[in-house]
Design a binder for this molecule. Structure first.
Ligand SMILES: Cc1cc2nc3c(=O)[nH]c(=O)nc-3n(C[C@H](O)[C@H](O)[C@H](O)COP(=O)(O)OP(=O)(O)OC[C@H]3O[C@@H](n4cnc5c(N)ncnc54)[C@H](O)[C@@H]3O)c2cc1C
Length: 450
């Protein structure tokens, strides 16, 4: 009998547990998952929509309860934090957070799926009432309770996708929203700077105040937040949302001597094994290989967490699976502007040493004469000379964003801009022009790269 201990009960951890159980019945493998929070198998991705009131019941964000896992012979212990791992003795130290008890459990196989935590730079006042991150379901419930109150001023610090989704949620609830962002545009690292600036223009049209190139100096208040200070401005604030990015949660792993890679996340091979015998890692806490650069990367995406967890679980269950790498495909929206990207931005491609060019085109989401046609911009990044596709970015009205999946498929298969230009894409007036803007953008990139 093998005993599998899973640390962290969300996307990666519970995907792995489920996959292992499918392959090995309870008489061959015991599975226990320790989860620090009160919830397992939840959708953090749905949290902004709960704050917005569009998803009313927080329980709707839970894919599978501990009771449902118990029916699969997977023991889930919520409110239990693993505080130490001894890889020589193959044990974990666990603290029951409600009873305050500590005990030691042993494992044959250990999966670390501790995810990521919000970055918390030392801004004065960040512990005041009314200042929240948006990471856990508890955070989402707290922000929802505030959003349910009379509309007031909210300041969102950070222009990443979680900051933008939080901003959209509060706009939806009628609040006066200010986003403070240290860069000239939002979604730095996802979009090139000029496209990030175009998103800022759209947010301003929605009535959101966006302060770019601005750093928050302090959060003010007595017990509860009252204002945010940045430069010579003081912004009134009943609520502050910290959206300053995330970092892999690797404290317990690092303390146990489990090697971290250059990104600061846990080093794994393509089967999700760490270099330490019997220890595996998956999800936001683990590195993955970027399929374009070949370098390790650590994107914090639910898609990749689910897949790497699945790979770990298949291997733990005795079959063989290898994670084939990531492209970092992502999509979000602010109001009715859809924003998506895949692969490398122009800036990232050049930083990675590629001689990168881009083709950028503007058009409409449907045939231009159709009611509801909305503008859309597509940028395709390609390598000069070979025309190999390196990345794509899209911003535009409804229907724009998921076009990124065409580029994801093309990049996945190593296609060139010329290959994509002639791909047989579907057309009818409610969906695109005769030449979809995807193909027109590929043509622009082919010309730029030749
Ligand atoms: C607001 C928000 C919106 C998002 N939207 C999207 C989206 O639209 N698309 C997308 O692809 N991704 C999105 N993501 C990212 C996605 O949610 C994560 O990539 C995914 O949840 C990672 O799964 P994971 O299992 O690796 O880690 P997590 O979901 O972080 O789970 C790790 C779990 O481990 C627990 N844990 C940590 N340390 C310990 C310990 N020592 N002992 C016990 N338990 C521990 C934590 O409590 C946590 O529940 C979003 C994230 C957030 C926060």
């Amino acid at each position: 009998m093998t005993r599998l201990v899973v640390v962290g009960g969300d996307a990666a951890g519970m995907s792995a547990a489920s996959q292992a159980r499918r392959r090995l019945a309870a008489d061959r493998m015991q599975i226990v998952a320790y989860e620090r929070s009160s919830w397992v198998s939840y959708s953090a991705c749905g949290e902004p929509f709960h704050v917005a009131g569009q998803v009313d019941r927080i329980e709707s964000l839970v894919a599978r309860t501990p009771e449902a896992f118990a029916e699969m012979d997977i023991e889930v212990r919520t409110r239990h934090e693993v505080t130490a791992v001894d890889t020589a003795a193959r044990t974990v130290t666990v603290v029951g957070l409600d009873a305050g008890t500590e005990f030691v459990d042993s494992y044959d196989e250990l999966l670390i799926a501790t995810g990521a935590t919000a970055r918390r730079p030392p801004i004065h006042g960040r512990d005041l009432d009314g200042v929240h991150e948006l990471r856990t379901l508890e955070d989402a419930a707290a922000l929802r309770a505030l959003a349910d109150g009379p509309p007031d001023d909210v300041v969102v610090i950070g222009g990443g996708y979680i900051g933008l989704e939080a901003a959209e949620a509060f706009v939806f609830r009628g609040w006066k929203v200010t986003v403070v962002c240290a860069h000239p545009g939002v979604l730095e690292g996802t979009l090139d700077e000029d496209l990030g600036e175009a998103v800022v223009s759209h947010m301003r049209e929605m009535g959101i105040t966006v302060l770019t190139d601005t750093r928050v100096a302090c959060i003010n208040g007595d017990r509860s937040v009252e204002s945010v200070g940045c430069g010579d401005r003081t912004l009134p604030a009943k609520v502050v949302v910290l959206g300053l990015g995330s970092r892999p949660e690797v404290g317990v792993a690092a303390a146990a001597g489990i090697p971290l890679g250059p990104t600061g996340a846990i080093q794994v091979d393509e089967r999700q094994r760490t270099p330490v015998p019997g220890v595996w890692a998956a999800g936001d806490c683990a590195e993955v290989i970027h399929r374009i650069t070949g370098a390790t990367t650590n994107p914090h995406l639910g898609t990749i967490a689910n897949k790497t967890g699945r790979v770990a679980g298949i291997n733990l269950g005795g079959d063989e699976a290898r994670f084939p790498g990531a492209l970092g495909s992502s999509i979000t929206r602010v109001g009715d502007l859809e924003i998506s990207s895949v692969g490398l931005s122009c800036e990232e491609a050049r930083a990675a040493g590629f001689d990168a060019v881009d083709g950028t085109v503007e058009g409409t989401t449907t045939a231009g004469y159709m009611p509801g046609a909305r503008s859309m911009t597509i940028r395709v990044v390609a390598e000069r000379g070979t025309g190999r596709l390196l990345g794509a970015q899209i911003i535009g009205g409804p229907g724009a964003g998921k076009r990124i999946d065409v580029f994801a498929t093309a990049l996945w298969n190593g296609m060139t801009a010329a290959d994509l230009e002639w791909t047989d894409l579907a057309y009818a007036p409610p969906f695109s022009g005769t030449w979809d803007l995807v193909a027109i953008a590929a043509r622009a990139a082919r010309r730029a790269s030749s």
